[in-house]
Ligand binder design. Structure first.
Ligand SMILES: [Zn+2]
Length: 220
């Protein structure tokens, strides 16, 4: 059986991280998210982790080569499938990943990209309505509002907007996403390996659509 590989794409606010998590739970496939990998390596105090920490502490991007070694280490784990979230982000990382597949997976039979598509308007709407509390709870003024306006249900703290969610910052994040993902999505489309999912539905509905599409491709 070839290993199943699903690479998630989606703009900020698309909920792709949540969907990647749901898919991992349902299938038992291992989720590879570079953010999680960085945190795990740092916590385990490995040599790679110490290198990653140096870059993050200095406020620098972790170099692609280092990220690729971490991905390689995780790709060697025993699993019937892998789910990628947040990697690859650029052409260099795509090449690294394809090289790793050749080296480790040795088959390209079951590699698909999955795009959780959400319009910019919807992404702006979702992120712009997000409110946080210092205790860590996240609210949404439309989908998950606090009981009393502006105040955390649990700790009574004053809710605030993350700097990343300010309209100007959101516009910038969306622009970067489109610039980076256009090339990668185009690559998978040309390979006939792009699964597009309507991300403007309820979380459960999106998950169901993903499972249906994977079933029709005989991946689950
Ligand atoms: Zn709170």
């Amino acid at each position: 059986m070839p290993k199943k590989i699903i690479i998630f794409f989606g703009p900020p606010g698309s909920g792709k991280g949540t969907q990647a998590e749901l898919l991992a739970k349902k299938t038992g496939w291992k989720k590879i998210s570079t953010g999680d990998l960085f945190r795990a390596e740092i916590a385990a105090k490995t040599v790679l982790g110490q290198q990653v920490e140096k870059y993050l502490k200095a406020g620098k991007l972790v170099p692609d080569k280092l990220t690729a070694s971490l991905v390689e280490k995780n790709l060697r784990q025993k699993a019937s499938g892998f789910i990628f979230d947040g990697f690859p982000r650029n052409r260099r990382q795509l090449k690294d990943l394809l090289d790793l597949f050749k080296k480790i997976i040795k088959t390209s039979e079951a590699i698909y990209a999955l795009e959780v598509a959400v319009s910019d308007g919807e992404a702006r709407e979702r992120l712009g309505q997000r409110r946080l509390c210092a205790c860590g709870l996240v609210y949404h003024l439309v989908y998950n509002p606090p009981i009393s306006a502006g105040v955390c249900d649990i700790c009574g703290g004053k809710l605030f907007m993350r700097n990343d969610d300010q309209p100007k910052v959101i516009a910038g994040r969306l622009k970067i996403y489109h610039r980076q993902s256009a090339l990668l999505l185009d690559y998978w489309r040309k390979q006939g390996r792009l699964i597009k999912i309507d991300g403007e539905q309820a979380i459960k509905k999106i998950h169901e659509e993903i499972m249906e599409k994977l079933k029709s491709l005989k991946l689950v």
